[in-house]
Design a protein around this ligand. Structure first.
Ligand code: HGY
Ligand code: MN
Ligand code: MN
Length: 412
């Protein structure tokens, strides 16, 4: 099967998509349900309509674009990723899997391939945790691991609820209907940038992902007494930020001492109140991201962090509230999907290596309702979640060609 990926068209579409942003280029900010996100999703849906796919949007905002096969309504072969982007990030995270997935379908159509199963592109809603604190909202609901009432209880930092936000963004319908029926997908393959340095460093064209690490996110609120930065002497203070600072070092220690080189801990959010240079922090809201390929090590690190939080607050006479936003199991790729990816790499004469994804992806949840695997392409210096995130046209084209072949073999 001769495949001609139109990389010029795809590169131009990736640049167009990057313009739907609330950040100065080259940075991209596209928070879920924001104006930029809504406009991007409309633009994407038009692109899918123009490509001859039948499109629909569910009550949460997940976008489906299907290459229909008469007489086949279930057991589709799915591909896709996300287009929301964290603040001041790059233009390839997620978008390569959505626009690259569309290009793979167009390439197959162009080649005269006739699928025996529907092939469907999915642009998940809210893969990033930015707005609601928990990532993969769309895929969690599609696989049924997040129920409508749990989703409805989510609020953003302004205190607006998810139902109010999604309706204001024009998504209506019952959230109970988002969960996909059993057998909806027969397979799911996600193309994504590696978000790490290995492929580039080892000069390997593609990564076939055998599993996705186990992510967890904690929210910790510390409360002290605040006061005047000049008037309150040190022994009288209950400084919430110093508690947060000590806890941040405890997060680092929990990851380093976990006994596993794969444990990572990050404090990416730390809001100080009242946030004035001459006012002692009376409260701090922080979010802690903890992961490992092994669930046992990840859970042990979470437990160690929670214990440290209690001890630090006791010593510093701070009040503490902790909540676990999510603590998900890792997933293994489906052997048949991995095999299809490997054969497609060989058919395209591209080198590949077997890898684990340390980042989480929507495939982590799609794995609960279908066999999945991911295909990684290199990104420069392994950078991601940064404005200088970059994937070359050749690497993107390699990924799309192998994805197209894989979809074809799974849909035959
Ligand atoms: O955080 C992650 O792993 C993904 O980029 N949302
Ligand atoms: Mn990301
Ligand atoms: Mn991503």
């Amino acid at each position: 099967m001769k495949l001609e990926v139109d990389i010029e068209r795809l590169a131009s579409e990736l640049d167009q998509l990057a313009n739907f942003s609330e950040a100065e280029p080259p940075a991209v900010t596209r928070i879920v349900y924001s104006q930029a996100d809504q406009q991007a999703r409309l633009w994407l849906r038009n692109l899918c309509d123009e490509s001859g796919l039948s499109t629909r949007v569910d009550a949460l905002g997940n976008l489906f674009a299907r290459w229909d096969v008469s007489g086949h309504s279930t057991g589709a072969v799915g591909t896709g990723s996300h287009i929301d982007a964290i603040p001041h990030s790059g233009r390839y995270d997620g978008t390569v899997g959505v626009l690259g997935g569309l290009e793979a379908i167009r390439t197959l159509k162009q080649s005269g391939f006739k699928p025996l199963r529907p092939i469907e592109l999915l642009a998940f809603i809210s893969e990033e945790p930015t707005r609601f604190g928990i990532g993969c909202l769309g895929s969690r609901m599609l696989c049924g691991s997040l129920k409508a009432d749990q989703a409805s209880a989510l609020k953003d930092k302004q205190g607006d609820s998810l139902p109010a936000i999604r309706e204001a963004a024009g998504f209506t319908g019952a959230l109970e209907d988002v969960q996909l029926p059993p057998g909806y997908y027969n397979a799911f393959v996600e193309l994504h940038i590696e978000q790490g340095p290995l492929l580039e460093r080892e000069h390997i064209a593609l990564g076939v992902v055998e599993g996705i690490a186990a992510p967890a996110a904690l929210r910790v609120h510390l409360k002290g007494s605040g006061g005047h930065a000049g008037a309150v002497l040190m022994p009288q203070r209950r400084d919430a930020f110093l508690g947060a600072a000590e806890l941040s070092l405890a997060v680092e220690a929990a990851a380093l001492k976990s006994g596993s080189p794969d444990t990572v801990g990050t404090v990416g959010l730390c809001d100080i109140y009242p946030g004035a240079a001459n006012s002692i922090p009376s409260a701090v809201k922080m979010e802690i991201d903890v992961r490992d390929v092994s669930l046992t090590h990840r859970d042990a690190a979470v437990e160690s962090i929670l214990q440290s939080a209690r001890q630090i607050c006791e010593k510093r006479k701070l009040e503490i509230e902790t909540s676990i936003l999510n603590a998900d199991a890792p997933c293994k790729s489906g052997p048949a999907i991995v095999e299809a990816l490997k054969q497609a790499c060989e058919a395209e004469n591209k080198t590949y290596k077997m890898m684990i994804s340390r980042a989480y992806h929507d495939s982590l949840f799609m794995a609960r309702i279908a066999p999945v695997a991911m295909l990684f392409i290199p990104c420069r210096n392994g950078y991601s979640h940064r404005p200088d995130e970059y994937a070359s046209r050749q690497d993107i084209a390699n990924g799309v060609a192998v994805l197209a072949r894989t979809l074809a073999s799974l849909a035959s």
